[in-house]
Design a protein around this ligand. Structure first.
Ligand code: GSY
Length: 170
């Protein structure tokens, strides 16, 4: 089994419902077990800033899927939940990014792991270290919890975590 961390974000419509539906879809995938879900954070937009605030979470999975199989599945879930890519880095119903796959470094045309921008993003690192404070960046060996301490601005606890099953019952 492989241990994987995904970042999920939504900033259109019923943001929490989109996150819940995405987690439910992941739970339904053969070869995937959702083992942890972080608290929900409301976060200022990063990149294209003229858009609404996001809700962000990080989930931990145990999976037998390969990185590319998982990427395909994440793209399918985004499409099912209505994501269109009109503005690059613009508003989205739900976005699923693979952050870490064990401690492996993966570089293909369509997928880079660890996620290339994760170390600069508070909306990724704060929920990530909440569910696993021991993680380190596989390329640099830098501690994510140390990086997260410097990236708290614009990241606000919106709903505390109360477990995977409870997350689905909100
Ligand atoms: O890369 C994920 C999509 N995204 C987000 C996001 O999820 N949260 C915040 N706060 N800003 C973002 N900018 C982009 S692009």
């Amino acid at each position: 089994m492989n241990r994987v961390y995904l970042s999920l974000g939504s900033n259109i419509g019923d943001r929490l419902l989109f996150l819940q539906q995405a987690v439910r879809s992941l739970q339904g995938v053969k070869g995937v077990k959702v083992s942890q879900v972080s608290s929900v954070y409301e976060t200022d937009p990063v990149g294209y800033v003229d858009q609404d605030a996001f809700l962000n979470i990080v989930v931990e999975l145990e999976t037998s899927m390969t990185p590319l199989e998982l990427l395909k599945k994440c793209n399918e879930i985004e499409a099912e939940l209505g994501r269109t890519r009109e503005i690059h880095w613009g508003p989205r119903t739900v976005d699923l990014d693979i952050l870490l796959y064990n401690e492996e470094v993966v570089e293909t045309e369509n997928l880079i792991i660890p996620h290339p921008r994760m170390s600069e993003r508070g909306f990724v690192l704060i929920p990530l270290v909440e569910i696993n404070s021991d993680l380190r960046e596989p390329r640099t060996n830098r501690s994510f919890i140390e990086l997260a301490h410097t990236l708290k601005e614009g990241v606000h606890l919106w709903r505390p975590s109360n477990g995977v099953d409870a997350f689905m019952r909100f």
